[in-house]
Design a protein around this ligand. Structure first.
Ligand SMILES: *[C@@H]1O[C@H](CO)[C@@H](O)[C@H](O)[C@H]1NC(C)=O
Length: 260
């Protein structure tokens, strides 16, 4: 088994045997538009199309994982079924990709990225922002949070799902990831969260990369990495460790002047 970042590889057959491209495992279809902050990122890379999740944190900024940076990204907001033209949907191009300056591809540290939208989203019932946690405000182990995404929902599925899926996951102690034979090489407690009870068959997976871990209506984590068989626990970027960088970066970027 190996570590895999949770982006959906464009060609599933490139995955090693026994590994699968990602998804929400063990969850259910979300109530349409119940998570209006969700963003679907369509990425055109040289190998083909890939997808990631993300979430709206200001009308002109989406937060996602830095490992989702490759390619030409289009953001779809207000979607439930991403393969249908829904009235609620707004498609926005990305003006600027701002990966965390200390994102490390090898160690997977600081796996977060802000996407400045070319024009602000028009906030509606189906499109709104999600609050960020206060700096340093962490979530206690044992808390139950949820994650959503358009990744695959079955381990052997060849395609991502059209409809948004969600699953509840328990926040685990740092030791749970530090004692895991594979994750221990990557897990850095002050900046990562260990999520998902190893005894349960519930997890975020590849196509879910960049999506939010929502605890108490706050975006506390970002889907980052996990074992390639999709088993819990999974590692999330700890958003509360990056509040100063997120705020400073958004403040430094003028809002687009012409609203739609
Ligand atoms: C990235 O992480 C690897 C593995 O931990 C380390 O060897 C390397 O020095 C890091 N790179 C930077 C630029 O910090």
């Amino acid at each position: 088994m190996q570590i895999q970042i949770l982006l959906l590889l464009p060609m599933a057959f490139l995955l090693p045997p026994g590994a699968q491209a990602g998804k929400i495992i063990g969850g259910q279809v979300a109530k349409p538009h119940s998570r209006p902050y969700m963003a679907y990122l369509k990425r055109k890379t040289c190998e083909g199309e890939a997808t990631c999740g993300g979430f709206l944190v200001r009308e002109d900024f989406v937060l996602t994982a830095a490992h989702c940076a490759d390619g030409d990204i289009t953001v779809l907001l207000g979607a439930h079924n991403v393969h249908q033209d829904e009235e609620t949907q707004q498609r926005v191009s990305v003006q600027r990709k701002i990966p965390h300056p200390r994102y490390n591809k090898t160690s997977h540290e600081n796996d977060l990225m802000l996407l400045q939208l070319a024009e602000p989203a028009e906030l509606t019932d189906a499109i709104s922002t999600i609050p960020l946690p206060q700096a340093g405000r962490t979530v206690d182990p044992g808390s139950v949070c949820s994650v959503a995404g358009w990744g695959k929902t079955k381990r052997h599925a060849m395609r991502t799902s059209s409809k948004l899926h969600e699953v509840e996951l328990e926040v685990m102690s740092d030791e749970t990831c530090q004692e895991d034979r594979l994750l221990q090489h990557y897990y850095k407690p002050p900046k990562m969260m260990c999520v998902g009870d190893p005894a349960e068959d519930k997890a975020s997976f590849s196509g879910d990369s960049g999506g939010p871990l929502v605890c108490d209506r706050t975006a506390q984590g970002i889907v980052s990495l996990g074992k390639s068989d999709g088993s819990p626990p999974r590692v999330f970027t700890k958003v509360s460790a990056y509040i100063p960088w997120i705020k400073k970066t958004m403040r430094g970027s003028q809002r687009p002047r012409v609203p739609r």
